[in-house]
Design a protein around this ligand. Structure first.
Ligand code: HEC
Length: 193
């Protein structure tokens, strides 16, 4: 039993050294324009699904859907999301092309209308780790995130008229209101080299 334990710990130590040298010598992918590692997609997808199953809100949801809320969601979408996810008649721009290894879905084509609202809400609130999908919890309140959720539930084919007008022609939407500056962090201490 003792021999087994020593062997086990030695194997772990070898793996740790191999991993450390892979990181230090740039063998692990650090670029956005490379293919995912074998298994990377599986790990990320499975972890995401499990977290959502545990944490996503279940009905009844706190804010109901209505046509004015969906129109509000359309405006918020143009201000915060269209740069990556596009609108009715756009093609993926430089940002949408360059994000990797997972590109942002273009909702005119890859709609999420089948997903339960709680799942979409969770993704907008918390973002999706290891992808370019930001968390909006630091920027938008709960009601705005529900408005975006209800908008996405109806995109692209089932939008009420006012929201559809914005989705089809987003050019009249004002840019988002600037947010207050983030608190400054104390400068990082540099180690002497
Ligand atoms: C900087 C680019 C970027 C911005 C801005 C962005 N997203 Fe995303 N989003 C992504 C990427 C990349 C993914 C793909 C992640 C994945 O599939 O794991 C994604 C995925 C999603 C998904 C899941 C799609 C699916 O098929 O399950 C939803 C929903 C979503 N975004 C909504 C939004 C909303 C709403 C906003 C604005 C409030 C937004 N995103 C802003 C990059 C972005």
């Amino acid at each position: 039993m003792r021999g087994f334990l020593v062997g086990f710990v030695a194997a772990l130590a070898v793996l740790a050294v191999l991993f450390f040298s892979a990181v230090k010598t740039g063998q692990l992918p650090a670029r956005a324009d490379g293919a995912p590692l074998p298994g990377e997609r599986w790990v990320a997808r499975t972890a995401l699904k499990a977290a959502i199953a545990r944490e996503a809100p279940k009905p009844p949801y706190p804010y109901p859907s209505s046509d004015p809320e969906i129109a509000n969601g359309a405006t918020l979408y143009v201000q915060n999301c269209a740069v990556c996810h596009g609108t009715a008649h756009t093609t993926p721009n430089a940002i949408a092309r360059g994000l990797g290894p997972i590109r942002p879905p273009q909702f005119a084509r890859d709609s999420v209308d089948d997903d339960p609202e709680g799942v979409t809400y969770w993704k907008i609130e918390h973002g999706i780790r290891f992808t370019g999908m930001p968390a909006y919890s630091p920027a938008l309140d709960e009601r705005s995130i529900w408005a975006l959720t209800y908008f996405l539930k109806r995109v692209p084919k089932d939008l009420p008229a006012a929201a559809n007008a914005i989705w089809e022609d987003p050019s009249h939407v004002a840019p988002p209101t600037p947010m207050p500056a983030l608190p400054t962090r104390p400068p990082r201490r540099r180690t002497a080299s």
